[in-house]
Design a protein around this ligand. Structure first.
Ligand code: ADP
Ligand code: ASP
Ligand code: MG
Length: 411
């Protein structure tokens, strides 16, 4: 029988009633003749609560125990979903990640999937089970410990299952009816896209659009999974939602496909470091070793052999970065005069494959921000995106301004 993967996010399984609603959708696909693999998230808010408990218990926590705790939310929903399906006379059972097994590396709290065993689930399908309900977001490490895939990781579980089982499609059911030109919570003018190219979705996700986890898009692109995002609250037909697809499968598109934002950014500047070969390696090596995800980097003009080095990082990683920089100073490797941290910035990005062949997008972006009096602190660009760092208080305004400037409400 053909296989379908259906993933339900936190808000789609937030209550028993919503689980019932989701189960009905699954039941319909079973009636349509599919064997279904359902991937579930924890009930809305559950993972945040579990993370909070871990952080309250232990400041520098053991990531293996963090995973043991935060993976539990998905296990509850998987069991409840299987029970609900059974009540509807749909043969179903639940699977924790380790039971599948979904094997990962040992990078706890941010593990990468290495392999999905298909034998156990396929054997049950062969016996007449019609739905395998799998707890998303989790797997098992080579040491046999429970791992999790990073926040939003159930999307990646879903795509990985679709690839492993050769599913006809991977449907991501969520609380919006597709991928929009920007987060519809920020502007009512956001427009739903019928299709978006993998490359654009990948950039938008990695720049903050949390509708899909970045890694899930990467996997879908690599394994050619037909990936669709749609609402679990509305009735959907075959053309509902947004299809994430190859660039070639999109007839006409805007130069800019969308605007993304990332709220919790920080900026650090090392003042007056020696401008000599090896200085960047001496700074960013220890930051990488400390697990700091440096994003934008600017080295300022040099005067008297000294320069300022600025970089951006997630707010949560400030303590680790400060610690790493203090240590390099102590070792005499980077003798900066001062370290200045700005923990009040946000990153705004415009993304579109049309930028490859269109000049002037950056200028248009900077002009639009200037007209609103929004100061740009750091800029980075790549072939299909431009990102700027600005004061966080202007974040919503900047998103709305850019959405208007590039006329994204129009198809
Ligand atoms: P789930 O719990 O179903 O995984 P998420 O909260 O992780 O749902 O992702 C859905 C949310 O992503 C939406 O509610 C929306 O606020 C946000 N979002 C951000 N950018 C976009 C975008 N470009 N298109 C659609 N949704 C977006
Ligand atoms: N429950 C996890 C989280 O909130 C995984 C997911 O929902 O995708 O990050
Ligand atoms: Mg999500």
């Amino acid at each position: 029988m053909p296989t379908l993967v259906m993933k339900f996010g936190g808000t789609s399984v937030a209550t028993l009633d919503r689980i019932r609603r989701a189960a009905k959708r699954v039941g319909r696909e079973v009636a349509n003749g599919y064997d279904v693999i359902v991937i579930v998230s924890a009930m809305a808010g559950k993972t945040n609560e579990l993370v909070g408990w871990v952080e309250e218990t232990s400041k520098f926590f053991d990531a293996r125990e963090y995973d043991a705790v935060v993976s539990s939310g998905e296990q509850v929903t998987a069991g409840l979903m299987a029970l609900t399906l059974q009540e509807m006379d749909v043969p179903a059972r639940s699977w924790a990640g380790w039971q599948v097994p979904l094997k990962t590396d040992a990078a706890h709290a941010a593990a990468r999937i290495e392999e999905i065993g298909t034998d156990n689930i396929n054997a049950k399908f062969a016996e007449g089970m019609r739905v395998a309900v799998v707890a998303g977001f989790q797997g098992i490490s080579p040491e046999g410990r429970i791992t999790t895939l990073g926040r939003g990781g159930s999307d990646t579980t879903a795509v990985a299952f679709a690839a492993a089982f050769g599913a006809e499609r991977c449907d991501i059911y969520t609380d919006v009816d597709g991928v929009y030109t920007t987060d519809p919570r920020i502007t009512a003018k956001a427009r739903k896209l019928d299709r978006i190219a993998f490359e654009e979705m990948l950039e938008l996700a990695s720049l903050g659009a949390k509708v899909l986890q970045t890694r899930s898009v990467e996997l879908a692109m690599r394994y050619k999974v037909k990936l669709r995002v749609l609402s679990s609250f509305e009735d959907n037909d075959d053309s509902a939602g947004t299809l994430v697809c190859d660039e070639e499968d999109i007839m006409e598109s805007n130069v800019v496909a969308g605007v993304a934002y990332s709220r919790d950014e920080a900026k650090m500047t090392l003042l007056s470091v020696a401008d000599r070969p090896g200085i960047a390696a001496a700074i960013f090596g220890p930051l990488a070793d400390a697990g700091v995800n440096v994003d934008m980097i600017v080295q300022n003009i040099s005067e008297d052999g000294r320069t300022d080095m600025t970089f951006s990082l997630p707010v949560a990683q400030i303590p680790r970065a400060e610690q790493a920089m203090a240590a390099t100073k102590e070792r005499g490797e980077v003798n900066y005069a001062d370290l200045v941290t700005d923990d009040d910035v946000a990153k705004i990005s415009v993304v579109g494959i049309g930028m490859r062949s269109h000049a002037g997008v950056a200028a248009q972006m900077f002009k639009a921000l200037r007209d609103e009096g929004i100061n740009i602190k750091v800029i980075t660009t790549s072939e299909i995106k431009i990102s700027v760092l600005i004061d966080r208080k202007y974040m919503e305004l900047a998103v709305q301004t850019l959405h208007d400037a590039f006329e994204l409400e129009k198809a």
